[in-house]
Structure formats: structure tokens, C-alpha cells
Design a binder for this molecule. Structure first.
Ligand code: NAD
Ligand code: TDX
Length: 339
């Protein structure tokens, strides 16, 4: 069973956040026949500036909560699909205060699935590779769609729970759903709480970058634009009920990424601080995306990480007004946690 038709009107939840807004720009730039309805609560992570420049006739913005059943009954009828990015997304926040994660990531996804069931709407769920737990540094294995779920943090456990709801709503109620689990994204408009933007902006304000633990944890980096094209491929060509892993063969340890940032910004290799490790810190993520590549013919465009990182550094350097307002509060929160 597959859904090969191109949707004409889609709801993008979390479309004012990092990956959601990059997806909205991608759709507006690449699919001229599609109208996007962004539904976003504008939490600390949502920013209307992320959608600046999008023509009014291509996008409608709705300020609201995915947990609001009444609102969903107004927004969902008549659309062809929901692409669900909205979430509480930061592991460190989930360790400090897990409740909003359970609310938005689990209950919010439940509300959206129920709305899709009532109104017969196609659903694509954007999830993370963190649902699979972690791999050892010396393990040659990578995650596949068959890897058992084993989440470590409050964040990843709520994402795992939401994936399970999607599978059950497909099997039991026939909701037309797909799931994607993607690795770590980088690119413009990522919140300064996350690793790469935090280190870039620390250098820009004259502070020292902060590395957790021994710095050897590995993340599998993908440019957010490649995540967007993969989500579109799954939405339009993916088999219903299936999960697709999204990754671009970008495994790197944190200290190597930090050294690349320091070098690009004319700093010395030791110009950073070691800080307290994250409790339960996952060691390594690695994605085998062969199913997505062979079945749907997808491949990433941004295969040169050093080049993508330089462009990301330039974006933060050129757009200080975008991040300066959030920076102080984020660093005050980290300082309290010894990070
Ligand atoms: P983000 O934190 O930058 O953005 C989240 C957006 O969701 C914000 O605009 C926020 O206002 C909105 N939102 C939060 N709660 C809401 C609610 N109750 N109702 C409506 N809107 C709400 O997150 P991101 O990094 O862009 O991640 C987007 C999605 O991609 C998430 O589902 C995340 O789990 C997934 N993901 C992220 C990564 C990554 O590297 N960042 C990797 C794989 C998957
Ligand atoms: O200051 C820091 N220093 C540091 O060493 C921060 C903020 C992070 N780190 C480390 C922790 C991780 O090993 O860098 C790595 C990346 O950290 P994050 O940017 O917080 O990402 P991660 O926890 O890997 O999760 C991200 O990828 C998967 C996203 O935030 C999730 O939403 C996504 O699901």
C-alpha cells in the first residue's frame, strides 16, 4: 500500500521551529502547487522570523497547540496531509523537566492521530534515531528499521512512545501513516541550546565552547535541507505503515566537530572548556539509510560536512539579531546545571 499522489494542502506542525521551518521553505521553493498551513504554539523554540519571506498566498500561519482538539477540528478538515514536526526537542531540557515532553510529544501526537482518524487525513510523523538507544564506539553496526527500540532519555522515550501510537493507529484504525527516524540535523535557524549553534555563538560572543564528558560521543550529522527532501519523498512515495531511517553517512565525534568549528573561526584547538557530562548520555548514533535510498531513490545533496558547517557558521555570524535574544537565558540555564 503506498500513497503516491502529491498533496496540495498540507499542515506542518512545528513549522516555526528549526527543522519544520526549513521544511516549509523547502516545500515553498520546490513545490509551487502546494499550500502550507503552519500550526505552531511558538514555544521558546518557535520563531515567526523563521518563516520570513514566504509569500502570503503560499502559507497560512495558525498560532496554536497540537493538544487542542477543538482547534484541530477546525484546521485538519480539507487538508491532504499533516507533516508532524512539533515537539519538545532538547534532551537536556527533558532531563531537567520532562513533563512538557510527555504532554506535547505523546499527548500531542495522540491528538493529531485522532484528528487524522476523524477526518481521513494522511499523517507523516517526524521522529528521531534516538528511539533506538545508542551503539558502542567500536561497534561496526548501524541502526536499521529492524533495530529494537531502547530509548535512554525522557525526550527519546516520549518520541518512542509517539512512534508506537502511530504504528497502532495505522494497524488498528487504518490511519494512512508513515514514520521517519532521522539523525542529528545541522544548518541555519537551529536554536542556540543545541550543540553546533551553542559553540558557534559562544565563540561569536567571546565565550569558550563547552564539551560534555570525554567529547568522544558520536553523532551522525545530516544537513536539514536533506532531511526535508527525504521527508517529502516519504510523504509522497513512501509505503503506508512503513518506517524509513534518514541519514547521510555523517558520523563524527563531538570533539572533531568542535575542532572544525574552532579552526574555521580562527581559534586554537584547546580554546574550549570540558563540562559535566549529560546524565545517561548516548554514546553513538549511526544510521543505515539504504531502505530510503533504494526504495524511494533519495540521496543527500550536502555530502561535504566541512562546507555545510562553514555555511552554518556564516549564517550565525550574519544573523546575530536572530539568536542574541535567546543566548543569555540559555547560558544561564546551562551554568546552573554545571554545563
Ligand atoms: P525545535 O525545538 O527547533 O522546534 C519545535 C517546534 O515545535 C517549535 O516551533 C515549537 O514552537 C513547536 N511546538 C512545540 N510544542 C508545540 C505544541 N504543543 N503545539 C504546537 N507547536 C509546538 O525542534 P527541531 O529540532 O526543529 O525538531 C523538529 C522535529 O524533528 C521534532 O519532532 C524532533 O523530535 C525531530 N528531530 C529532530 C532532530 C534534530 O537534530 N534536531 C533530529 C531528528 C528528529
Ligand atoms: O554544549 C553542549 N556540549 C556537548 O558536548 C551540548 C549542547 C551538547 N553536547 C553534546 C551532547 C551530544 O553528544 O553534543 C552532542 C549533540 O547534542 P545536542 O545538540 O543536544 O543533540 P542530541 O542530544 O544528539 O539530540 C539531537 O539529535 C537528535 C536533537 O536535539 C534531537 O531533537 C534529535 O532527536
Amino acid at each position: 500500500m503506498s500513497e503516491t499522489s502529491e498533496p496540495k494542502r498540507i499542515v506542518v506542525t512545528g513549522g516555526a521551529g528549526f527543522i519544520g521551518s526549513n521544511f516549509v521553505h523547502w516545500v515553498v521553493d520546490n513545490r509551487p502547487e502546494v499550500h502550507v498551513v503552519v500550526l505552531d504554539k511558538l514555544t521558546y523554540a518557535g520563531n515567526l522570523e523563521n518563516l520570513a519571506g514566504i509569500p502570503e498566498d503560499r502559507m497560512t500561519f495558525i498560532h496554536g497547540d497540537i493538544c487542542d482538539e477543538g482547534l484541530l477540528d477546525e484546521v485538519v478538515p480539507g487538508v491532504d496531509a499533516i507533516v508532524h514536526f512539533a515537539a519538545e526537542s532538547h534532551n537536556d531540557n527533558s532531563i531537567a523537566d520532562p513533563e512538557p515532553f510527555v504532554r506535547t510529544n505523546v499527548h500531542g501526537t495522540f491528538r493529531l492521530l485522532e484528528a487524522c482518524r476523524r477526518h481521513g487525513v494522511r499523517f507523516h510523523h517526524v521522529s528521531t534515531d534516538e528511539v533506538y538507544g545508542d551503539l558502542a564506539l567500536d561497534d561496526p553496526a548501524r541502526f536499521t528499521e529492524e533495530t529494537p527500540y531502547c530509548p535512554s532519555s525522557p525526550y527519546s522515550s516520549t518520541k518512542a512512545a509517539s512512534d508506537m501510537l502511530v504504528r497502532a493507529w495505522f494497524r488498528t484504525y487504518g490511519v494512512k501513516a508513515t514514520i521517519s527516524n532521522c539523525s542529528n540535523n545541522y544548518g541555519p535557524r537551529q536554536h542556540v541550546e543545541k550543540f553546533i549553534p551553542r559553540q558557534i555563538t559562544n565563540v561569536l560572543i567571546g565565550s569558550r565552547p563547552k564539551l560534555y564528558g570525554d567529547g568522544l560521543n558520536v553523532r551522525d550529522w545530516i544537513h536539514t535541507e536533506d532531511h526535508s527532501s527525504a521527508v517529502w519523498a516519504i510523504l509522497t512515495k513512501g509505503r503506508l505503515g512503513e518506517t524509513y531511517l534518514i541519514g547521510a553517512d555523517g558520523e563524527k565525534n563531538n570533539i572533531d566537530v568542535l575542532h572544525a568549528i574552532l579552526e574555521s573561526m580562527d581559534k586554537g584547538a584547546d580554546d574550549f572548556d570540558w563540562v559535566r557530562d549529560r546524565p545517561g548520555h548516548d554514546r553513538r548514533y549511526a544510521i543505515d539509510s539504504s531502505k530510503l535510498r533504494s526504495e524511494l531513490g533519495w540521496s543527500p545533496k550536502h555530502t561535504d560536512f566541512a562546507e555545510g558547517l562553514k555555511a552554518t557558521i556564516d549564517w550565525y555570524r550574519d544573523n546575530p539579531q536572530w539568536w542574541q535574544g535567546a543566548k543569555e537565558a540559555v547560558e544561564a540555564k546551562y551554568a546552573k546545571q554545571g554545563q
